[in-house]
Design a protein around this ligand. Sequence first.
Ligand SMILES: [Zn+2]
Length: 426
Amino acid sequence: MIERKFWDEENETLPIQKLQKLQNERLQNAIDWAYKKTKFYRALFDQAEVKPQDISSIEDLSKIPFTTDIEVATDIPLKDRLAIPEEKIKMYHSTSGTVGSVVPIPFSEKDMETFFKDGEARSRWTMGVRPWDTIQILTRFDCCLLGYKKLGASIVLLSAGRYSTDHQIRLTKESGVTVIEHMPSLLLHYFERMEQIGIDIKDTELRMVSGVGEGWAESYKKKIEGKYGIPFMTLYGAVETVPFAAAECEARKGMHINADVGILEVVDPKTGKLLPEGEEGELVVTMFEREAMPLIRYRVGDVGSILPYEICSCGRTMPKMSYVKGRVSQIVNIRGKNILPIDVEEVIAGFEDLENEFRIICSKQEMEVLKLRIEHKSEVKQLKVLKEKVEEMFFNNLGINTELDLVPKGKLERVTFKAQRIEKLY
Ligand SMILES: [Zn+2]
């Protein structure tokens, strides 16, 4: 049997000119739909004195104002954003609620089809998941579970194991799980626990990890892959913007954007100015296929870049984006340089004597020196020497001065989210 290589060959291998044509057509339809059907976008366009006919291609997008955080826009009622009658809503998702309140995101029947087919399933196929895989999702995202189901894979239900880590670990082994999906920082605790209760990953069927929800430092990822002997693939998607997503392919150099369902722009988070390919900034997404709740120029709040265009060795023609580095809200300014927790992780991964737990201590908005508290391995004796080496590495790699406080392993509370790695004192 010849293995089917792509999930959606026609769209994933479209010549770039055809893809751009398709994007422009779909963009016009999406703008038209949002303007005609929602009070929110009509008011937004009218205020900016933009008519749907002014937008005929991606180049025109910057005429439209950004839409920001749905999470804090509680003053805009859902009905004003809704483009279909309420009875046609077949599913709700929601924003995470980590910032502001939880906002429902409605989906129509058609939205659900593109959500699971073009978003969830295609991205997983790009990463290399196949129908004969058995999937365990530890993030508890049932939308992802449904995507894997659409792909045809076998799934371990979210409630299996009753959310107890040890039970789930036993299920990983006993159910023959081949792919685990989790947030990178939490996954490592899962694997550590596995070792503690005497299960060797090499004795399981596990062949791939799907990392979602936060970025990975490349050097750290390589170190972990070397240790466990399985690829740690990366998927990008925000709850608000599905089915728009991006996924790492076998070439392992960035993630393919599913550019036929939406447009990704990268802007300077401070000025809102559009940035060219290769430059890092805030991600802004416009959705083509959003019947229930259109999303136009939505500032996602994540930091990344669009990679200079080239046809990938995997055969896909879809453009690629960098791995996401973090959230705009996590940017720490050191003498005009933007530093994210992942940059710190990248440096400390190079030291065998350091643990992966650290805190960035922020005393004010712009600092001269990066203040860090990092855990060291218990057996380290020459702390002064280690400190000097780490400081030197920070200066060489990031061009910044650091003030380090090395603390023994176990001193810092284990984080469940990368955002918690920043301690704000102001
Ligand atoms: Zn590729």
